[in-house]
Design a protein around this ligand. Structure first.
Ligand code: AMP
Ligand code: DBH
Length: 525
């Protein structure tokens, strides 16, 4: 079996309680496009164009038929690598209508990640830009196709109209079928594939809308990469569309690019990672050149937002702050609009659903009553396994998901995220696997041994430091040389080490393992 299902008794409860319904992703569109009150409203827009619900639905129908004509149908895995633009939404919903399985690659992924993803998923096609200035996505897709036999089609996201065919009936998905494969930032090199069903994911979207007050007046601005779980569902793109609101996609999160769009479309809500929240806050504090008055809510998540920054966001941008602690594997926590200001600024909120179950354990898996402890969770939208059962140790014997996050509770019952137990660096929301970077460093001839750790950083939260023992102590490798070698090996830009420190030996723990902790502490000392 490719995916472990929920235990029968939980499934029965979720169905009986109406947590899981018979809604599927395609219903979001068909429900609105056939409703005269919504058909003519703007569903999605980017800097270049806007589509009403009716227009989007019609284009999706034509594209889905085109996909089917090319053999992209039920269960076909299709890797998307599309920058933020309307075409992403068209491709996504057309794949859903054709009952194929989209996989949400990120624009920043490179050969190393995409080959791993395409291979693990058995992807049949890649949809990415064939000719856009900046980066050659088509050359990357060709490199992936050359290495992964299953990939037989490369589709240009800027030429989707060329695929159009007269609409056909694709049949209806089962709500408990998989709807797509989400990616985890992951603690291993290749992002892990996260199987999400229509029923589980849409529950999280509906519940997020309730918690975040999303309705048909919501204009959600997407500045994070739109395939990421946060802007996709918390409440994000799907929340706004579910409510009959509008999604506006900015292809750059920089104030100079995103704010004109925010102003023009009168966006009401946006989700940011902490480094961007800092940039937006500082830009506004220095005098915003744009009218941001439509903006009501700024959500910050993906990595721990420093309290000092959290306190400034609301006043600087004239908005209400909401902290979001979530994971593509499931569980999402929000601070609530009625919470005390101190809770909103210093905590990462609480689970969105009363069906979410949480427990804290120590390093041996024993329950701890007082935090901090490792957070484990199960619930109606938290997976029970990764695709194909990889990384079984991420799940406890009873199926609860081990988040790897060390958390404790505030007296008011909100979660405070203290860090992670595993060797994962959170570079402003972009997750970097120490192990993956180390493997690549070790392949370099000038490197004898390498350990990668996080170093605290005021702007990004964490940055990457590579400790290196050189092969030849007389000729230690330079940072620029290592970075260009890793880039050449196909590693994404955000994973390249920010600093390199040369050592003769590594400190060791009591049992003779390299002590990452000692290395980390050396950096903070
Ligand atoms: P991913 O597995 O890539 O979906 O990343 C999820 C992880 O991001 C969580 O397990 C946390 O480690 C981290 N994360 C997300 N939101 C927050 C937050 N608000 N504060 C601290 N860490 C966060
Ligand atoms: O970091 C994440 O993965 C994340 C953050 C906020 C997430 O998946 C989410 C909200 O849904």
């Amino acid at each position: 079996m490719r995916v472990t299902p929920w235990p029968p008794e939980l499934r029965a409860q979720y169905l009986a309680d109406g947590v899981w319904t018979d809604q599927v992703f395609d219903d979001l569109l068909t429900a609105r496009s056939t409703d005269p009150a919504f058909a003519g409203r703007i569903a999605v827009a980017d800097a270049e164009r806007a589509l009403t619900y009716a227009e989007l639905d019609e284009r999706v129908g034509a594209l889905a038929a085109g996909f089917a004509a090319r053999g992209i149908g039920p269960d076909t895995r299709v890797l998307l690598q599309i920058p933020n633009c309307v075409a992403f939404i068209e491709a996504l919903f057309a794949l859903w209508r054709a009952r194929a399985l989209p996989i949400f690659g990120l624009p920043a992924h490179r050969e190393s990640e995409l080959v791993g993803i395409a291979r693990a998923a058995g992807a049949a096609a890649i949809i990415s830009p064939a000719a856009r200035p900046g980066f050659d996505y088509r050359a990357l897709a060709e490199t992936v196709a050359a290495q992964v036999d299953s990939v037989t089609q490369l589709i240009d996201c800027d030429g989707l109209e060329d695929l159009w065919a007269p609409p056909i009936d694709h049949g209806r998905a089962d709500p408990e079928d998989l709807g797509f494969l989400q990616l985890s930032g992951g603690s291993t090199g290749t992002p892990k594939l996260i199987p999400r069903t229509h029923a589980d994911y849409l529950y999280s979207v509906r519940r997020s809308n309730e918690v975040c007050g999303v309705d048909d007046a919501t204009v959600y601005l997407v500045v994070l990469p739109c395939g990421h779980n946060f802007p996709m569902s918390s409440p994000g793109i799907l929340g706004a569309l579910h409510a009959g609101g509008t999604v506006v996609l900015a292809d750059s999160p920089a104030p100079s690019a995103a704010w004109p769009l925010l102003e023009a479309r009168r966006a009401t809500m946006v989700g940011l990672v902490p480094p961007l929240a800092r940039l937006w806050t500082e830009t506004a504090e220095n005098g915003a050149a744009h009218d941001l008055s439509s903006l009501r809510t700024v959500q910050v998540g993906g990595a721990r937002c420093p309290d000092e920054l959290a306190r400034r966001i609301g006043p600087a941008l004239g908005v209400e702050l909401q902290q979001v602690f979530g994971m593509a594997e499931g569980l999402v926590c929000y601070t609530r609009f009625g919470d005390d200001e101190d809770e909103v600024v210093t905590t990462q909120g609480r689970p969105m659903s009363t069906w979410d179950q949480l427990r804290l354990v120590d390093e041996d898996g024993a329950l701890v009553t007082d935090g901090p402890g490792f957070l484990e969770t199960q619930g109606p939208y938290t997976i029970r396994s990764y695709w194909d059962g990889v990384s079984p140790s991420s799940f406890a014997p009873d199926g609860w998901y081990r988040t790897g996050d060390v958390v404790e509770f505030s007296p008011a019952g909100n979660l405070i995220v203290r860090g992670r137990g595993t060797d994962r660096i959170n570079r402003g929301g972009e997750k970097v696997s120490a192990e993956q970077v180390e493997e690549h460093l070790l392949a370099h001839p000038a490197v004898r041994d390498a350990i990668v750790v996080a170093v605290a950083d005021q702007y990004l939260g964490e940055r990457t430091c590579a400790y290196v023992i050189p092969a030849d102590p007389e000729a230690p490798p330079k940072l620029a040389e290592l970075r260009s070698s890793l880039r050449g090996a196909g590693l994404a830009e955000w994973k390249l080490p920010d600093t390199v420190k040369i050592l003769e030996t590594f400190p060791e723990t009591g049992v003779g393992k390299v002590s990452r902790r000692a290395l980390r502490e050396a950096l903070s000392g």
